[in-house]
Every structure is written in C-alpha cells, then in structure tokens.
Design a protein around this ligand. Structure first.
Ligand code: ZN
Length: 135
C-alpha cells in the first residue's frame, strides 16, 4: 500500500459558523467549500493547508456519530485521513495485517472522494480514514 500524504484532518465542532473566524481571520485560511454529507449527517467545511485540508465536521442531527462524539469527548480532533493510491487494495492489505475495518468497502465521502474508516481499536486509538481520489 502507498500513502502519498495526509489528505485531511477532521475536527469535530458544534458550530462551523462559530469556528470560522478562528480559521479565516486568525489563522488566515480560506474556507473554499461547505458541504453537507447527508448519509453521515454532517456539515463539512474545508480549508487548504498546503496539500492537506482541515475538515470541520458539524453534526446536522443528534443521531450523527459526530454529535455522539462531541457529547462523549467534546469538540476537537476527530480523525486523520491518509491519501492512498488504490483504496480497495489498501483495505485488503489492512485486513491481512489484522486491522479491524469500519468500512469493508470504499464508499463516497465529502468532495467525491472514495473513503473507508479503520477501527480505532486497531490504530492506537486514532480514528483513521483512508481516501482515494477517483480517477
Ligand atoms: Zn474525513
């Protein structure tokens, strides 16, 4: 498997609107996209930092895993996402290495990426996402 870079870092927030001034005015980053991912019940906001994005995740429903995460652990870093070349192959590799998968097959994430999550029990408690840019 080949990881090329950190695609993004996901940060759980209660309100994107409330956090925007910090990212835009204080850090001087530009929010280039705000998008709702219906099946994950989250609203996402993206900032580019070199090759890597910061992805803010705001729950759109109390059923959202992000809502549950904030309830348990508060706002903060939620996951790290690595960009990889062949996601299906990477998932097979992970499985062979005994890593527990949350997604056995790639699925569609924000920005049209193919994504899959690995279970934090197998990744040193870091919720880890693998992403692949569709060809
Ligand atoms: Zn992500």
């Amino acid at each position: 498997m080949e990881i090329t870079h950190i695609e993004h870092i996901g940060i759980a927030v209660k309100s994107i609107e409330e956090q925007l001034p910090y990212y835009e005015e204080t850090l001087g980053l530009k929010c280039y996209n705000i998008e709702t991912v219906e099946d994950q019940k989250v609203k996402t906001a993206f900032f580019m930092v070199g090759q890597t994005k910061i992805e803010l995740l705001e729950p759109t429903s109390e059923e959202s895993t992000i809502a549950k995460y904030i309830e348990r652990r508060g706002e903060g870093v939620h996951h790290i996402a690595y960009a990889t070349k062949n996601l299906s192959k990477a998932l097979k590799h992970m499985e062979e290495k005994g890593v527990r998968l949350i997604d056995n097959e790639p699925r569609k994430g924000a920005e049209g990426l193919n994504i899959a999550f690995l279970h934090p029990k197998s990744t040193g408690s870091v919720l880890t996402e693998l992403c692949e840019h569709p060809e």
